[in-house]
Design a protein around this ligand. Structure first.
Ligand code: MD6
Ligand code: FE
Length: 213
């Protein structure tokens, strides 16, 4: 029998019919995740990308996996190569795939096999405006989101932009899972409040694992 990767915890904070936060689910794996991130970011450093409208994103972004999410003046899209290096994105660590599959299963989504992991770095003041995750090929697969470092206020709205969003604090080690009826909900992150996280210092890192292609 395969051992459970996570600490015993069946706590689920519902965000919607098919979206929830699994508090602290990634905590036992923080050291391994950060070690993997070091290797990934040595090859594909986080960078501030430009939106199609010409704005510089306040979060610094990189990716691992077969596909990586990018934005530039030409649009938002997944690409097999890092535009900075021209090389394929660093591979997805087995640990990321296992954690994502297990978190998805906890939230009711069987057989999640991510092919893309978007890595966002937030310094104090950085945030992400309300958006839908809609660049993936199909919306059957959920998205698994792992938060590390400083806490952030996550906004989750409705299927249309004009629905006033709810708020939840995402803390170090929390994992959020979104899928099914909630897959296209608008969401965002308020500008990060300054602070000093004991493990990560003055920053928040968020990993979102997707089935993009
Ligand atoms: C973030 N997350 O938490 C940005 N998208 O920094 C997202 O945009 C996101 O956390 C889809 C599902 C979960 C997420
Ligand atoms: Fe998103």
């Amino acid at each position: 029998m395969q051992a459970d990767l996570f600490a015993d915890s069946d706590t689920r904070i519902p965000l919607g019919p098919q979206a929830c936060v699994l508090p602290g689910l990634a905590l036992p794996h923080v050291d391994a995740i950060l070690a993997a991130l070091q290797d990934i970011e040595a090859l594909a450093p986080p960078r501030h990308m430009t939106t199609p409208g010409g704005f510089r994103m306040s979060a610094a972004i990189t990716n691992c996996g077969r596909l990586g999410w990018t934005t530039d003046r030409r649009g938002y899209r997944y690409r097999p190569e890092d535009p900075l290096s021209g090389q394929p994105w660093p591979g997805m660590p087995a640990l990321f795939m296992q954690l994502a599959a297990e978190a998805a299963a906890h939230a009711g989504f069987a057989d999640f096999q991510p092919d893309a992991c978007l890595i966002n770095h937030y310094a104090p003041g950085a945030g992400m405006s309300l958006h839908q995750d809609s660049n993936e090929r199909d919306f059957d697969a959920p998205i698994v989101s792992i938060s590390l470092g400083l806490p952030a206020t996550f906004l989750f709205g409705g299927l249309q932009r004009n629905v006033r969003p709810g708020r939840i604090l995402l803390q170090h080690g929390d994992v959020a899972v979104w899928g099914g009826a909630d897959r296209l909900r608008f969401h965002g992150v308020l500008p990060l409040a300054d602070g000093l996280h004991p493990r990560l210092g003055r920053q928040r890192i968020n990993l979102t694992l997707r089935r993009a292609g």
